[in-house]
Every structure is written in C-alpha cells, then in structure tokens.
Design a protein around this ligand. Sequence first.
Ligand SMILES: C[S@@+](CC[C@H](N)C(=O)[O-])C[C@H]1O[C@@H](n2cnc3c(N)ncnc32)[C@H](O)[C@@H]1O
Length: 262
Amino acid sequence: MFIKPKKSLGQNFLIDRTVLEQIIDTVEITNKEVLEIGPGSGNLTAYILKKKPKKIYVIEKDNDLVLLLKDKFTSEIDIINEDVLKVPEDEISDEKLIVFGNLPYNISTEILSKWIINLNKNFWFESLVLMFQKEVAERIIAESNTSKYGRLSILSVWKMNIKKIIDIKPHSFSPRPKIDSTLLLFTPRVNFFELKDPKNLEMITRVFFNQRRKMLKKPFNQIFRDAKKIAEKFNIDLNLRPQNLTPEIYFKLVKEYESLNC
Ligand SMILES: C[S@@+](CC[C@H](N)C(=O)[O-])C[C@H]1O[C@@H](n2cnc3c(N)ncnc32)[C@H](O)[C@@H]1O
C-alpha cells in the first residue's frame, strides 16, 4: 500500500536503520509498556516490536496510515486513531510508559508543553524518547546566559532531566526534511519545585521572555506591585536581562507571585 506523505501532518518517515536502532537502544523496552506518538508507516514501531515490549500503544491522527498500520501489524499494536493533543495521556495505561515519538515538527513544542503542564507527582511515563527539530531541541536544553535559553528550557527542566542522545541528518528520512533533527531523552525529576499552578510559570516566563532584550525592571514592574522589594529579597539586579536568571530563580519568583496573588 503506497501512501503519499502529507506535509500538513509533518510526515517525514525515518528510513535509516542505524538511527532506528540507536533510538530503540536509548532505553530498556523489553517487557515494558510502550507508547509511540505518530508511528506513521510503522518503521520505528517494527524496531520497537523486535525488543519484545509487553504492549505497544500508538497514537496516529492520519486515517490512511491507521489502515496501513492495521494491515502491517494486525493485533500486535493497540492503535489510537486520534490527535495526540486530544488524548488524555495519563489515561492510556495504568503502567508507566516508555514513550517514543518522532514528533510532527509543527506541534512538537505544543505536545511537550501540554504534557509538562499536566504532569502531577505520579508521572505517567518512565521516560520520553522524543525527536525534535534541532533548533527546538537546542532551546529545550539551553542553559541560562545563552541566547537559546527561554521559556521552553525553563518549563522542561522544571519537571524533567534531559539528555541529548544524537543529531539526525535529513538523509535519514523520506521525504527529506529541510532541517536537522535531534533526539532527546527525558526522565522524571522526582523532587521538582512545587508550584500552585503551572500556568503561573507559563505566564511569568511569557512576560519576561516576550521582551528578552529589555532589562528585568520592565517585566518585574508588570508582575509585582513592589518590584524593588522582591528583587532585593532574591538578590536580583534589575539591570540584568531575562536570560541571566536561572530556572531556579524563575521558580522562586512564581512561588512569590503565587503567595501574593493566589
Ligand atoms: C515525523 S512523522 C514520524 C513517522 C514515524 N514515526 C517515523 O519515524 O517514520 C510524524 C507522524 O505523526 C503523525 N501526526 C501528525 N500530527 C499528529 C497529531 N496531531 N496526532 C497524532 N499523530 C500525528 C503523522 O501522521 C506522522 O505519521
């Protein structure tokens, strides 16, 4: 069955055996429950199956590809024919999942942000092995005082340990994307900083990084009534820029905001 790849659904299928093997070797799969996001034509799915997982769930939005997957794998996989953004990720299984995803580039940050915002102390996964556009992966793992550091880095490191596994070149896919990709491994950060509402972290980092070239004075005044006092409390020089504050400081500022407003 030939299916023309749909650009709108970010369909670039992995065809490089070495890369497929590197992906499944990132974590232990045997006897574990696995979730794959966007299995496409099932290239990675076939490699996952070789490692004998206890069960595989896949979430694929494209009806044509779902037909192809049913044909190719019969009853070996449990197919959820849905938009991943609409699936309640913590209701897929009672077991902690190993998640793989060569994510569609146009919604990759939306998926990651949704999962992080929804996470509670009982992580629904054991690890996430996710592929991003290289430029997005660099923003996720960026540290403070660098130009790529921003909201996505702070949000990601809040609840996860993140490790870069490999970069992947366009020739590993068909059709070839125009950009390089990067595979990241995320594992739960057990003692993450407790906040009342993750939306406050989203809001505060948005206010700061929407004006990333401005001095801290401006966002501070927008968020806190007594900005000077709060800056002194946390020993922050208001002449610095948003990228100079570590994630830890952002978490503390959100907590302070919550204690004053929520
Ligand atoms: C980059 S391709 C990866 C395909 C396959 N995993 C591989 O590596 O060869 C992304 C896949 O995600 C699917 N997809 C796109 N948007 C989706 C969504 N919102 N929910 C679920 N799947 C989606 C596409 O149809 C496609 O199969």
